[in-house]
Design a binder for this molecule. Structure first.
Ligand code: HSE
Length: 305
């Protein structure tokens, strides 16, 4: 029986202005997953963590992603999956994407890499559909490709990995629950042309900033006039975190994915550490439990360990 162990990273979708089209992989935290190819057809899932997630394949994000992959196989192989989650579900840090992407990358490895990265993104999006009601690839793509990715289109898939200069990422996860499906439901279905112009200027600016190692341009482009004003209402302390972190020298940041985590990009490690202290201070004074840390961009994506 062939078996593989992988690590699948947390990711930050949207990167402020790029709702559903931009994402970045992080070095910390990462889920661990053991996947074994079996002669017995079907998928068996075991969770070695505290989150009590469903283990029926059709109800599990890794399960549905793997079912999509199996549909395209012409043999009767089955898979045994053991998942150890370190990315807390509902944190906004791509927990479901890490499971869905991790399992299809591991299965593909066991099958002799018969599928392309794009195929794997396509399979893993079934997990996102189960988790949030909608297929989106802005967590899945950076998880699989590593680094920063632009998803120009999902039907058909058009994924562009982007180079990015070294950056530190300070993250705070206030311990409240924000469901991605709810955070999508509250969004306005129409946008004003003046807001759209600002937003696409910022997305283009952010992409250009990443490609040209222009920290000033990255900083100026980390602005979201469409999604953040609606979603930030769900996150206590959000405006204060943003204002104080910018004053401390962060390049900028905002809601990680659909929240409730907040992230700040920083050029220097000492600034990122100061920013983390500011985040902690704010949630200490609000009296809301949180988890915080400083990490860096993960340029490898999912790795075999
Ligand atoms: N782009 C998605 C959203 C990411 O913001 O709803 C969800 O993790």
């Amino acid at each position: 029986m062939k078996s593989v162990k992988i690590k699948s990273p947390a990711t930050i979708a949207n990167l402020v202005c790029g709702f559903d089209v931009l994402g970045m992989a992080l070095n910390d935290p990462q889920d661990v997953m053991q996947v074994t190819l079996s002669k017995e057809p079907g998928i068996r899932i075991q969770h070695n963590d505290i989150y009590n997630l469903p283990v029926i394949p059709e109800k599990n994000v890794a399960g549905v992603a793997l079912l999509e992959l199996i549909k395209e196989l012409d043999n009767e192989n089955g898979f045994d999956i053991v998942i150890e989650k370190h990315i807390k579900p509902g944190s906004g840090l791509g927990s479901s994407a890490a499971s869905a992407a991790g399992v299809v990358v591991a299965a593909n490895h066991l099958l002799g890499n018969i599928f392309s990265k794009e195929d794997l993104v396509r399979f893993a999006m079934a997990g996102e559909k189960l988790a949030s009601g909608v297929k989106h690839a802005d967590n899945i793509s950076p998880c699989i490709y590593g680094g920063v990715t632009l998803i120009r289109s999902i039907f058909p898939l058009d994924i562009i990995p982007l180079p990015a200069p070294p950056m530190y990422v300070a993250v705070v996860h206030p311990q409240i629950e924000v469901k991605t499906s709810d955070a999508r439901e509250i969004l306005r279905k129409e946008v004003l042309l003046k807001d759209a112009i600002k937003q696409w200027g910022n997305i283009a600016g952010l992409v250009a900033g990443f490609m040209q190692n222009d920290y000033g341009l990255i900083s100026r482009s980390l602005e979201d006039v469409i999604i953040e004003p609606v979603r930030s209402i769900l996150i206590p302390g959000f405006d204060e975190v943003k204002k104080k972190c910018a004053a401390a020298g962060a390049l900028g940041g905002g809601i990680a994915g659909s929240g409730p985590s907040i992230f700040m990009l920083c050029k220097e490690e000492n600034v990122a550490k100061d920013v983390e202290l500011i985040m902690k201070g704010i949630y200490d004074s609000i009296g809301l439990a949180y988890h915080s840390y400083v990490t860096t961009i993960n340029n490898k994506g999912i790795t075999i360990v």
